[in-house]
Design a protein around this ligand. Structure first.
Ligand code: 0X9
Ligand code: ZN
Length: 317
């Protein structure tokens, strides 16, 4: 399986640590927080001379994924992007320039507990974190907080677009920024004030931009967003539709609102491909849309994963 858990031998966290250990001149692993079940949330920072780099010394960029546990294509995107940067350094002029001048952060798995849970029987479609809401020592439908509804900015606004109910898949948590995984992210944004943030989700093939809590007022960075994401006929990621976030549906307490409005980051949420769209994209491949389970189950197929990555690389950089 190309898709692997976060913790455990040979899995994503160890891979991050190894990339850092193998490339000490440009890469360093940094734990940005601890999950509700006590796991380190490990990021990797890529920038020339990273060991001596001070926060704010270079403009920062953050690539993050898997706020939602089941969206497996997203950590794979960030993992491949990390290798793309590290392997291209000193070989590809664009990559070398970025790494020499920019503080590039990768957080492949934000929701480390929830993501690992989706590798257990019966939990493949878990979305939230693994907070034990009812304190019964077990993970059931009553548990978990939607990490893309827990941020302080407009948390719970109008009680529309997030839920106060434990059992809801969009449960916003007991208080603004209550979750340790949320604090890890806001801590990073506060520390870096990133210029650009990509918050990978799946699976609607969209480039979501702007605030999620309302449609009436444009976002502070709307003009730049429009230029970044392209338009319907010429989207910045082929096949993804640029769309104002709140036009998809209203949300609040989400990353884009927080990062844009509190920390001045241009924050974009790509919704990556579905299983069915990936299967359709290469008619010569063995995968048929009918082989797919839910839309989050991206095919475990190197060719299709690589194609999805290639579609997204240019926009990411
Ligand atoms: O609902 C979400 O958090 C995202 N979609 S997903 O299917 N991956 O759960 C979309 C978030 C969009 N952002 C805003 N509307 N602000
Ligand atoms: Zn999502």
């Amino acid at each position: 399986n190309v898709f692997r858990p976060y913790s455990g031998p040979g899995n994503l966290r160890e891979e991050i640590l190894k990339v850092a250990a193998d490339n000490p001149g440009i890469a360093a692993a940094v734990d940005i927080g601890t999950s509700s079940r006590g796991q380190p949330i490990t990021a990797i920072r890529v920038s020339k001379g990273v060991a001596d780099l001070k926060d704010g010394q270079r403009p920062a960029v953050v690539y993050q994924a898997a706020q939602h546990a089941r969206e497996w294509i997203t950590p794979e995107m960030v993992r491949r992007l990390l290798h793309h940067y590290v392997n291209g350094y000193g070989k590809d002029a664009d990559i070398t320039k970025i790494v020499d001048t920019t503080d590039v952060w990768f957080v492949p798995v934000v929701n480390v507990d929830g993501y690992d849970l989706t590798f257990q029987d019966g939990f493949r479609l878990w979305r939230k974190n693994a907070r034990d809401n009812d304190g019964d020592g077990q993970i059931t439908g009553q548990d978990g907080v939607d990490l893309n509804r827990n941020f302080p900015y407009k948390w719970g606004y109008d009680n529309e677009g997030s839920s106060p109910q434990n059992s809801s898949d969009t449960y916003r948590g007991p208080a603004p920024g209550s979750e340790p995984e949320t604090k890890a992210q806001t801590g990073l944004y506060k520390r870096l004030r990133p210029k650009y943030l990509i918050n990978y989700h799946s699976a609607a093939e969209l480039l979501l931009h702007g605030v999620g809590w309302q449609t009436l007022t444009r976002s502070p960075d709307d003009v730049i967003h429009d230029a970044l994401v392209g338009d319907f006929d010429d989207p910045a990621v082929p096949g993804y539709t640029p769309q104002l976030a709140a036009q998809l549906y209203v949300t609040n307490g989400d990353t884009d609102g927080e990062a844009d409005n509190r920390y001045g980051a241009l924050s974009i949420t790509p919704e990556m491909g579905t299983c069915a769209s990936a299967a359709r994209s290469d008619p010569n491949d063995d995968w048929e849309p009918g082989d797919c389970g839910s839309i989050f189950e991206f095919p475990d197929d190197e060719k299709l994963i690589q194609a999805e990555f290639q579609k997204n690389v240019k926009f990411a950089m």
